[in-house]
Design a protein around this ligand. Sequence first.
Ligand SMILES: C[S@@+](CC[C@H](N)C(=O)[O-])C[C@H]1O[C@@H](n2cnc3c(N)ncnc32)[C@H](O)[C@@H]1O
Length: 282
Amino acid sequence: MSSSEKTPLFIDYDTQATLYERLTGGCTRDVASEMIALSEPVDNSSKVLDNACGTGILTLELLEAYPTLCDGATNPIIHSVDISKPMTSLLQARVAARKCSAVEIGVMDAQKLDFEEDTFTHSFTNFGIFLFPDPLKGAQEIHRTLKKGGTAVVSTWKYYGYLPILHGIQKAICPSEQLFEVPVSKEWQKPETLRELLQKVGFQDVEVHEKQARSKAKDIHALASTLKDGFYKTLTKSWTAGQAERWDEVMLNVLKQSCVVQYESDGTVALPMIAWVAVATK
Ligand SMILES: C[S@@+](CC[C@H](N)C(=O)[O-])C[C@H]1O[C@@H](n2cnc3c(N)ncnc32)[C@H](O)[C@@H]1O
């Protein structure tokens, strides 16, 4: 089964791997660095899982945070795994460019991890758990593969800053249609969902933190283009050709008038995102 069959999302990770980081605008990177900061320091004696690693954003943030990890490593310290081969291939190329033996990359279903129990000192799952067909199995695997005393850090989205923009464009062009919703259960936007899931699989000590992130673009036109690449096909499905033709003009107006868009001092723009980050100790 390909990852796209398993992922009920508008992003197909297999075919859009190369677009992934532009579409997300660095928002998962912002949270990855918070997740690293919330966990115990990583050193050469650690065993780290980057679960549902995608293009390896968290892995690369770990190498930035702990630059000596690659020095003289003979055995892997970080295991970065994802169900999508195209996503992991991008990470493979980046790790190869660094000539770093500290990272081992694999194609793996998070619901059936190919690791022994009690393997990892640190286990990170950044925006993956709610995409697994069976999140409970995914959480059980996180718990099973973590060593006693180890820390699991798992994130979900509380708020998607692009939704008010998409709703703005829908209201302007096709006001009678139902407003778009992210195809992920709204339950995941509540901190209890993550806390209760982790407690259910055996984590007794679970703390959930709220973290801000930003989906960035170099200017308003780049942001409009990213949103078009991400959502045009889905949103215009039932529109007439005339309605779909208005997308570019209306998108720019909605972005310019929206109070959600953040303007940074370096000229870049961003949409706010808010994450829940659970830190659980086994
Ligand atoms: C939103 S991306 C997050 C990627 C990365 N962790 C990051 O921080 O950017 C979700 C990832 O989950 C992966 N995924 C979805 N279902 C999976 C499963 N059952 N097992 C492993 N990975 C899965 C996708 O292929 C995709 O790379």
